[in-house]
Design a protein around this ligand. Sequence first.
Ligand code: SAM
Length: 256
Amino acid sequence: MAVERIETRIHVEDALAEGATVGLGPERAHFLKHVLRLAPGAELALFNGRDGEYRARLDGVGKGWASLAVLEQRRAPAPEPDLWLVFAPLKFARIDFLAQKATELGVSALVPVFTRRTVVERVNLDRLRANAVEAAEQSERLSVPEVHEARRLDQAIGHWPEGRRLYVCAERGGAVPIARALADCLAGPAANLPAAFLIGPEGGFDPAELDALVKLPFVTPVSLGRRILRADTAALAALAVWQALRDAAANVDASG
Ligand code: SAM
């Protein structure tokens, strides 16, 4: 049965259980009181990435604080796909957009990497996290993607976890069309295996870098079509295709 929608969903770090009380800090309290204009008695939904989702009631809100009474569980914890987005950081608003949309599309981790042609030199991890939290709240996810420390691509590849397939999005060099590559890789129980997409920087991969990547046994190079997409477009296209084909292969019922 579908769960009735509660407009305001908040991610918290506290453990959630019926009868618990959750306190919010100044920023969240301000948001509830002055942006959403909620008053004591208002209903919210809380999730923390571990305990599912709970209905809660705003019991009190003042300057710099808010207190919530945790009521019954609305949704039990459920397994989510283990899909990383590994990406060369983009500038300003485009990295915010990428973090938000990738979260909506269900990634389990955001992994910034510096490739040879990456122009951006620093990544604001707190800002990436804030964007991921906001998108998780909005999209009714039960979890927020992890945000990994930014590091060089060769370091990330050097410590690549066993069993995680890496789909390298490559617009040139004879990469296999994404639907064909995923049809093979997601067949049967493989649909539930950990995976990752790698998206290059605006200037693309350095040819030697791409050559080295495609020789690795855990890498499958994939094409997203004949046109050259901007990095954020490419990431979202790849994630949307993966989600559609993976849900079909794993026989996932999206209405549940
Ligand atoms: N300046 C580069 C060039 O013309 O070769 C284009 C780089 S593109 C803006 C940024 C990244 O998006 C690429 O490194 C790749 O990972 C991904 N990408 C863009 N278009 C793609 C396509 N058609 N197929 C697969 N990946 C693509």
